[in-house]
Design a protein around this ligand. Structure first.
Ligand SMILES: [Zn+2]
Ligand SMILES: [Zn+2]
Length: 99
C-alpha cells in the first residue's frame, strides 16, 4: 500500500483492494510478451473519495521480479532475458515468428 494523490483533484486516494486478473495466452496489447504475464496479474485498486477516479497499480513483489525480466522460449522452453531478440540457447528468432 502506498500514499497516492488523485491526478485530477489531488485528494488522497483510498486503498480499495488487491485484485487478481487472469490473463489469457493470446497476445493482445503485449505482442510477444504474453508469456511474461502468463497466469494472473495482481493489481492494487485505489479510488478517489472526492471525484470517484479509480486507479490500478500493478503489484510488483520481490518474488515476482525475476519473472518480470525473463520470458520463456517457445521452442526450447528455457528462460532468458525478455529483451533478447533471439533465444540465446537455441537461437529462436522472435521477429521471424511475427512475419
Ligand atoms: Zn479525485
Ligand atoms: Zn530457445
Amino acid at each position: 500500500m502506498r500514499k497516492l494523490n488523485c491526478l485530477r483533484c489531488e485528494t488522497e486516494m483510498n486503498y480499495v483492494s488487491r485484485e487478481k486478473f487472469q490473463l489469457g495466452q493470446t497476445g493482445w496489447v503485449l505482442g510477444d510478451l504474453p508469456n511474461l504475464f502468463a497466469g494472473a496479474m495482481e493489481l492494487d485498486v485505489y479510488s478517489c473519495p472526492r471525484c470517484g477516479k479509480v486507479e490500478f497499480y500493478q503489484v510488483q513483489e520481490a518474488e515476482n521480479h525475476e519473472d518480470m525480466l525473463q520470458k520463456q522460449c517457445p521452442r526450447c522452453g528455457r528462460m532468458h532475458d525478455f529483451d533478447y531478440p533471439k533465444c540465446p540457447f537455441c537461437k529462436f528468432d522472435y521477429n521471424e515468428k511475427r512475419r
